[in-house]
Write a protein of this length. Structure first.
Length: 159
């Protein structure tokens, strides 16, 4: 594949911790039972959201807020893995192939390592390409511990 047919995309997302004890924590399509959840209109899955933006950015197809507005009542509590899958399907329909997506998630708890494989499987299934997830601590920076943020990079190519 010629290099000029490759595109890279960057995605970022952040959600604050929720005060609602009923709110589940969804990360990378995996529910972390018993852990405080994140606030948001959808299921607040920061990893899925960052991946979606990385893909859309790489293809020049806008961003997650344009495709799935957080003012849309139909998207309240939405499964963000579904949104990621829809975005990946739109890329494919537009002639793009996803090669891989790599994510860095910034948080202190929960520990991601025991569920890393589950998250990578769900994200890879949604994008149709390998997705990798790495965890990073907030290192005592208080503002960063007020929620969870995720950075994602995606590589795509024209089919
Ligand atoms: Mg989001």
């Amino acid at each position: 594949m010629a290099v000029d047919r490759l595109r890279i995309g960057q995605g970022f997302d952040v959600h604050p911790w929720s005060d609602d004890p009923q709110r589940p924590l969804m990360l990378g399509g995996v529910c972390f039972e018993g852990h405080r959840g994140l606030a948001g209109h959808s299921d607040a899955d920061v990893i899925a959201h960052a991946c979606t933006d990385a893909l859309l950015g790489a293809a020049g197809m806008g961003d997650i807020g344009t495709l799935f507005p957080d003012t849309d009542p139909a998207l309240a509590g939405a499964d963000s893995i579904d949104l990621l899958r829809k975005a990946a399907d739109q890329l494919e329909a537009a002639g793009w192939k996803v090669f891989n997506v790599d994510c860095t998630v910034v948080l202190d708890t929960p520990k991601l390592a025991p569920r890393r494989h589950d998250m990578e499987l769900r994200l890879s299934d949604a994008t149709g390409a390998p997705v990798t997830v790495k965890g990073k601590r907030t290192e005592g920076i208080e503002a960063m511990a007020a929620g969870v943020c995720c950075y994602a990079s995606a590589l795509i190519g024209a089919r």
